[in-house]
Design a protein around this ligand. Structure first.
Ligand code: NAD
Length: 476
């Protein structure tokens, strides 16, 4: 039985959302050259939060030119000076983290518990970590005086708007590059807030430029001849398009794309802990996580026990107002994403997988999807193959470790995997055989700026974070 909780909403008034925002170019907020704007809405209420300038080709031109001008001075600064700015940004983010957490929750729909306790601390940690590298690059293993590349064009998705910005901007600045970043069209607000943080930190003009817009803005940015480096996080389809655009140019490219992570539970795993890991693996951020553990591979002998415990646990998750501190499951980011999740789950049912939905009431406005589990799934099912990017788990079984490896690796992706077992030797043996950029053991969805993150196969190439992540921004 679930206890009744009194509402515990975080105050919305801690953050001022302006009715309109401009582009951030050369240290100033400015309108788009052609005057275009778009609206950003709260996914939990469909309320319009603000109207944001939409960058076009002329604005891309201006922003890349500003970043190019700024590059000369920024890259010539001693690393210890660049570090001061990054430390300052990290501290301002900590100081303003409550504002930022509320803003991110409003614009993205994710629970305040997650923005407050995961996104924001990690954002600050990324800036602190990379600030530490800025004056030690000659010890990073890339030669005695590694040089920056120049202007970095960065395009990010909507699932962790500010955290993806931090993953991109912190290493770029630490290594002496300047940046033009395009946030996702459904979540531009925290990036624009970050522009203000840059001004507060006294960052030289043009070092960071923010261009809100749609896919066409991103396409114009990555194609611009004044760009030296492209970093993209998003869908595999768009990643392939970008790879084609930059092929044959001097631009260095990193791609962080989709995933279909396997969370593998052996019969000697502690069931209650594994259940917590399965839940965090697929319901964290409503499952809109590239490295989500969206395929549960459970050893046949414990299948029924694990599935029963899992359903009991999922039934206790609280879905609702993302600003409520007790909320576990917030809103889906957009109507388009909700439609995609709905279509894929309907297909799962039509193909014969057994669907179970958590008993919860969905709010009447906004974009919502109840936690869902498919059992009796085979490798041929669409729900076992396609990235759903929502709170939907597909359960498969295995008998032997080799079968688990074969099934886990039977995907076009290769971003993440999890192993739940009591045996350390089994963890090491399995991890060696899993074709995934990150393998968690007896935990899931743990992130740290010191640890490189990235994929194999259609999950992309290049690493972000850690010493390895610096390479993407250095001329090596
Ligand atoms: P998306 O690829 O549609 O959009 C991502 C970004 O690219 C947005 O800013 C969008 O405006 C921009 N964009 C769209 N078309 C473009 C084009 N032709 N050229 C340049 N930019 C373009 O992805 P999405 O649906 O917004 O995000 C979800 C996807 O992102 C999922 O597939 C998920 O797995 C992936 N993702 C991966 C990681 C990772 O680290 N590997 C992290 C988060 C999300």
């Amino acid at each position: 039985m679930t206890f009744e909780y009194a509402p515990a909403p975080e105050s919305r008034s801690v953050v001022d959302i302006a009715p309109a925002y401009g582009l951030f170019i050369d240290g100033e907020f400015t309108e788009a050259a052609d005057g275009r704007v778009f609206k950003t809405v709260s996914p939990s209420t469909e309320e319009v939060l603000s109207e944001v300038a939409r960058a076009g080709e002329a604005d891309v031109e201006r922003a890349v030119a500003a970043a190019r001008r700024a590059f000369e001075g920024w890259s010539a600064l001693p690393g210890s000076e660049r570090a001061k700015y990054l430390f300052r940004i990290a501290r301002i983010i900590q100081e303003r983290s409550r504002e930022l957490a509320v803003l991110e929750t409003l614009d993205n729909g994710k629970p305040i518990k997650e923005t407050r306790d995961t996104d924001l601390p990690l954002v600050a940690a990324h800036f602190f970590y990379h600030a530490g590298w800025a004056d030690k690059l000659e010890h990073a293993g890339y030669g005695h005086a590694p040089r920056p590349l120049g202007v970095a064009a960065q395009v990010i998705p909507w699932n962790f708007p500010l955290l993806m910005l931090a993953w991109k901007i912190a290493p770029a600045l630490a290594t002496g590059n300047t940046v033009v970043l395009k946030p996702a069209e459904t979540t531009p607000l925290s990036a624009l807030f970050f522009a203000d943080v840059c001004r507060q930190a006294g960052l030289p003009r043009g070092v960071v430029n923010i261009l809100p817009g749609y896919g066409d803005t991103g396409a114009a940015l990555v194609a611009h001849p004044g760009v030296d480096k492209v970093a993209f996080t998003g869908s595999t389809g768009v990643g392939k398009e970008i790879a084609r655009t930059v092929a044959g140019t001097r631009k260095k490219l990193t791609l962080e794309l989709g995933g279909k992570g396997a969370n593998i539970v052996f019969d000697d795993a502690p069931v209650d802990q594994a259940v917590e890991g399965i839940v965090s693996g697929i319901f964290f951020n409503q499952g809109q996580v590239c490295c989500a553990g969206s395929r549960l591979l459970v050893q046949e002998s414990v299948h029924d026990e694990v599935l029963d415990a899992l359903k009991r646990r999922i039934a206790t998750l609280r879905l609702g107002d993302p600003l409520d501190k007790n909320t576990d499951i917030g809103a889906i980011n957009s109507a388009e994403q909700l439609a995609r999740i709905t279509a894929l789950t309907d297909q799962g049912e039509a193909e014969g997988a057994e669907r179970w939905t958590a008993p919860c009431e969905l709010p009447s406005s906004g974009y919502w999807f109840a936690p869902t589990v498919f059992s009796g799934v085979t490798q041929a099912h669409t729900v076992a193959r396609d990235e759903i990017f929502g709170p939907v788990l597909s359960v498969l079984t295995f008998r032997t470790p080799d079968e688990a490896v074969a099934k886990a690796n039977n995907t076009a992706y290769g971003l993440s995997a999890g192993i739940w077992t009591d045996k350390g030797s089994r963890i090491l043996a399995m991890a060696n055989k899993l074709r995934a950029g990150v393998v968690w053991s007896n935990t899931f969805n743990k992130f740290d700026p010191t640890s490189p993150f990235g994929g194999y196969k259609e999950s992309g190439y290049g690493r972000e974070g850690g010493r390895h992540g610096l390479e993407a921004y250095l001329d090596v």
